[in-house]
Design a binder for this molecule. Sequence first.
Ligand SMILES: [Zn+2]
Length: 288
Amino acid sequence: MKTAFEILKQANDEHFALGAFNCANIETLKAITQAAANLKAPVILEASDGEINYMGYEQMVSLKRIYEKQVGIPIILNLDHGKDFDSCKRAIEAGFDYVHLDGGKMEFEDNVAMATEVVKLAHEHGIPVEGEMDHIEGSSADHTTEDPKNLQNEKLFTDPDRAEEFVRRTGIDVFASFIGNLHGLYADQKHLKMDLLTKIKEKLPNTWLSLHGGSGTDSNDVVNAIKLGIVKVNVNSELRIAFKMTLQEVLNASDEIAVYKIMDKPIKEVQRVVEGKIKLFGTAGKAA
Ligand SMILES: [Zn+2]
């Protein structure tokens, strides 16, 4: 099976983006892996600190390996928004394939120091590190009554020169930029600042770029961002909403108590959302 480095290189060379889908239970894990298998698409399966504390580090690694073997498609397991060195170390030593260190709220120099340490450890284990230096606003929740523009403060967007310095000093492999992408779903579709993404890519020609906050982002902007060099798009809120709304409908509509029967529809609905994203990101068939 290809490594995370090899798949990121493939995505960069062939201009597609890996969907990075959050998983917090066996149902969402099944939905994501079934979508990947159906469309022969490599995927990133990820869990945040909160999600991983619920699932368990070793449990996630074991489940990922079992499903990957079963479907025969590369599944990269990522720690999403690891909050510090210890959190990343825990994931790396448990057998994760990729870690994202979120130093977006730290002082620049502290972030550089911490990211440098994480890179050293991760590279010893042969896995890539994604770094972040500008806090990406919002949260993976339902913000559908809010105007996204209220959180898209351009003063907080990524400065390309600082991004270049951050990457050069830390040695991170993937850079998470803040270009108008917000975590969560809003009243309107989110738009990205494409000219800023172009400038970031010019400063970082040899660094892979990721896009957080893929839920509820204008599809044309996502496709154009992938053309400009985005190789990973994170999606969480849309999956959470699909799971919860469908589960609620099922529970309201029947007296069924067999959990596996109740979960059938929510799994299928999450899978449908994941498949839509895989097609949008151009990843279908890339594991064939
Ligand atoms: Zn994120």
